[in-house]
Design a protein around this ligand. Structure first.
Ligand SMILES: [Zn+2]
Length: 188
């Protein structure tokens, strides 16, 4: 008797939670908590996991507004560096206006994709350079470098181009930080 009412209770709870968790029906799998220090403040866009044709993307959703969508494969623990970098990269696409109508028009211009991708990479490298995840930036720069000199297509920059940009922006963020800290010391 007790056991069966417990089972009924579990059933009822399951049905209720399914009804309440509406977003599950439109394939919103999970919201990522703060992926790196400063994310909520700088970006704050909902991060969703869903199967798309892309490993990660930034887009404007009719209901949710600016969102970042990640492939569920990025939830594997071995993908932490990848996931963080791509979240920062997609955040940059929103912040830099690449997902707006004008941004999408610019993307179709000559070198438009290349410009936007390298610019988002640079922002991501700078954002993470100032967190405990600076090593993730190096990891990504090395991973891109191994992809070589050829563009993967669709106007995307080559791995070597991306790697060079990421290293450059990581180093310049570090230099700026060091410069600021030195000025701070002199003032004392
Ligand atoms: Zn991109």
């Amino acid at each position: 008797m007790k056991k069966s009412s417990f089972i009924l209770g579990v059933f009822a709870a399951l049905i209720t939670s399914t009804l309440v968790a509406g977003p599950a029906t439109d394939k919103i799998a999970q919201r990522e908590p703060e992926p790196f220090a400063g994310y909520s403040k700088k970006c704050g866009f909902p991060i969703l996991f869903a199967n798309t044709n892309s490993i990660s993307l930034a887009r404007i959703d009719a209901r949710l507004g600016k969102i970042i969508v990640l492939d569920p494969v990025l939830r594997y623990p071995g993908q932490d560096a990848h996931r963080r970098f791509l979240i920062a990269h997609e955040c940059a696409h929103h912040l830099q206006g690449h997902t707006s109508v004008k941004g999408l028009q610019n993307r179709r211009k000559d070198k438009g994709v290349e410009d936007q991708e390298l610019s988002a990479d640079c922002w991501a490298a700078e954002a993470l350079a100032l967190t405990e995840y600076a090593a993730n930036v190096k990891f990504m720069a090395d991973a891109f470098y191994r992809k070589g000199l050829h563009s993967p297509g669709s106007g995307y920059p080559s791995g070597v181009q991306r790697s060079t940009m990421i290293y450059h922006c990581l180093q310049s963020a570090r230099r700026q930080k060091a410069a600021k800290e030195n000025t701070g010391l002199k003032k004392k």
